[in-house]
Structures are given as C-alpha cells and as structure tokens.
Design a protein around this ligand. Structure first.
Ligand code: SAH
Length: 339
C-alpha cells in the first residue's frame, strides 16, 4: 500500500495505534503535500520508530516515468505502475496556472466508439494513491505547483467512484494539496446513480458530462452507456444537480465530421439543454490512427458554435493542446502497448 492511499483520518488512526501522537499526522502530511519529500528520512521532526513502522507498511514512492513528450504549453506523461500497467497524464500550462488531466483506471469499459482508451477493456481501477502520485510526479518534473485537476484521462471516474472521491478529498484537504474544489473537475459519460451520489456530497467540485450527441439514436451508437442511461433520464438528473448544487455544468461535445456536427444536431442540442445551468465545450476531435472518425472542419465547428450562441447557449470551442504529441486520451499508452 502507498502512503498516498491514506486519508488524513486513516493516517491519524494508524499513528495513534502505533505509538505516535495525533499531531504527527499533520507533520507527515506537511512533508508529503507541502514540502513534497520522497523519503521518510527527510521527515526530520518525526520520531525514527514511527517512520520505520510507516516505512514497513506504506511505500512513499512516486510513479515510474516511462516517457515524457514535451511541447511548448503541454507535457504528456506515460507512467508505469508498480504492476507494469501503463497510464497517462497530461499537463497543460495556462495563464491562470498549471492544470493536469489524470487517469482514473487502466483501460475503460464504457466502449465509446471514438475513444482510444476504450479499445481495450478495463484491466483495473486505479487506487487513490495512484491518482495522487500522478499529480505529485508531474509537479516534481515541473518544479511548480499544479492549481487545477481534471479527471478526464483514461477511464471512467464514476466507475471507480469511491477511490476518485477519496482522492478528491485528499487533494482538496487544507492539509493536503489544498487544491480548491472549484479547481477540480470530474468528467463522466453519464452514470446516473453516481451523479446522484455525487450531487449529495455537497462538494464544490465541477462536473462535466460527455454528451457528444443530441438524441438517443446517435448517442447510443457512439456511447453504449446511453442504452442504460438514456438522455431523458440523464437530463432529468442533471437538472436536479444544477438546482441542488447551484453549480454550472459543463457539456463536452466532440465535433465528429458528418456524424454529430450538422445544423440539425446543433438545433436539437439547443432544445435538449435549454434551461439547464450549463455551458457547452465544443472539442475538435483528436484523430487517432486506429479509429476511422474524423474531425469536423473549422467552418462547420464555427457554424455549430454560431447556432448555439444565437440561441443563447453558453458555448466555447476548446483551445487545442498537444495535437502534435498524441495528447488525445489513451494514445500514448495505446502506442506503448501496441494495442
Ligand atoms: N470517461 C470520462 C472521462 C474520460 S474521457 C468521460 O467520458 O467523460 C475525457 C473526454 O475526452 C470525454 O469527453 C471523451 O469523450 C473525450 N475524448 C475521447 N477521445 C477523444 C478524442 N480522440 N478526441 C477528443 N476527445 C476525446
């Protein structure tokens, strides 16, 4: 087990059961999450006996970096996990700070047709610690603080709900990485029971929904999850979510040439989400060599954008990152494993 798997309360409990004092938990978290040390020896204000016990139970190691691709404002990391599996994280440098996109699973079971991550079924969930170690390892490489975290890498976070929520609580904790809840975003393909649980947690964390189609027929073709949780039910729970939390939702909509980018689709999208406190993020599709989908051309994307705008839908076109370095979800891992 990794020390990064422990919540503050769990660490405190372990320490009390092993001859330490309550305040040791604060000291140790300070070493881990403020000073970001990579060994127990560096925790100079904590008793040796306690550190030795911790060391025998909990690894403090970060992740093994297999490969880094660098561009001017984006770095892409391929990590090798302790069991030999690979995952990815992407760092984006914005004018407002550094944001990281982390993975939540090894592979994914959602089977979205356009997505590289889902070509191989899920092998396993990531632990809480493995998600946190992605952040710490990238900060270490960067030599700078990460201010924003999005759970939008490989995997479906709401299919690994408990570990993801625990991770969020640790990175948001004032004694942890202290990343503001409003600077954390979780993206889901629309697993309704988990959206309901999430809504009742009363966290100020942002929720993004991968919509990608304005009607059930098309969405079920692109995203099999839609058969289990069709749009009518999804929209109903999302409306509840925005009313209960008073938070604005993000709808992600990747622009796929001749598939979901027509003017009719834009109008259908308008009537689908009208009245829901939200904004739409239009994402130019990142083409991948293994899948036959194409990116909509810019003229079409702009036309789509204009229709939403004219109908008073909040909409942005996602700035592109990492087009040159295979930063689309799952591409680096896929290449590594020859999937
Ligand atoms: N499973 C979660 C989070 C991971 S995917 C979800 O579905 O939201 C993160 C986002 O990237 C999703 O919106 C996904 O649909 C999108 N995506 C997948 N492949 C892509 C590609 N090649 N180009 C652009 N976006 C892609």
């Amino acid at each position: 087990m990794s020390i990064y798997d422990l919540s503050f309360e769990e660490l405190e409990e372990y320490i009390l059961n092993n001859g330490g004092k309550k305040y040791n938990a604060s000291q140790i978290w300070e070493w881990l999450y403020i000073h970001k040390v990579n060994s127990y020896e560096e925790m100079t204000n904590v008793k040796k006996e306690l550190l030795e016990k911790l060391n025998s139970c909990f690894s403090i190691a970060l992740l093994e970096v297999e490969k880094i691709e660098r561009d001017s404002d984006v770095n892409k990391y391929l990590f090798k996990l302790d069991d030999g599996n690979y995952i990815e994280a992407v760092l984006m440098k914005h004018d407002y700070g550094n944001s990281i996109c982390i993975s939540s699973q090894v592979g994914c079971n959602m089977g979205c047709k356009f997505c590289e991550s889902g070509r191989l079924k899920k092998r396993r969930d990531l632990t809480t610690g493995e998600m946190i170690r992605q952040i710490l390892q990238v900060e270490d490489d960067l030599g700078d603080r990460i201010s924003h975290v999005v759970v939008m890498g490989i995997g479906e976070p709401f299919d690994n709900y408990d570990n993801v929520i625990k991770m969020i609580k640790i990175i948001n904790h004032p004694k942890g990485l202290a990343i503001g809840a409003r600077h954390i975003t979780v993206s889901t393909c629309g697993i309704i029971p988990k959206i309901k649980e999430f809504m009742n947690l009363d966290l100020q964390v942002n929720l993004a929904i991968s919509l990608h189609a304005p009607n059930d027929e098309l969405r079920s073709k692109l995203m099999p999850i839609n058969k289990a949780y069709p749009l009518k039910d999804l929209m109903k729970v999302l409306k509840e979510y925005t009313e209960k939390t008073n938070r604005r939702l993000t709808f992600e909509y990747i622009m796929l040439k001749d598939i979901n980018d027509s003017e009719e689709c834009a109008l259908e999208l308008v009537s689908l989400i009208k009245g829901i406190n939200s904004y739409v993020n239009l994402i130019p599709y990142n083409e991948t060599e293994n899948l036959e989908f194409n990116r909509s051309n810019l003229v079409q994307i702009n036309k789509f954008y204009d229709i939403l705008k004219k109908n008073r839908i909040n909409v942005t076109i996602r700035r592109e990152f990492g087009g040159n370095i295979s930063a689309a979800c799952g591409q680096l891992r896929s290449r590594k494993e020859d999937l």
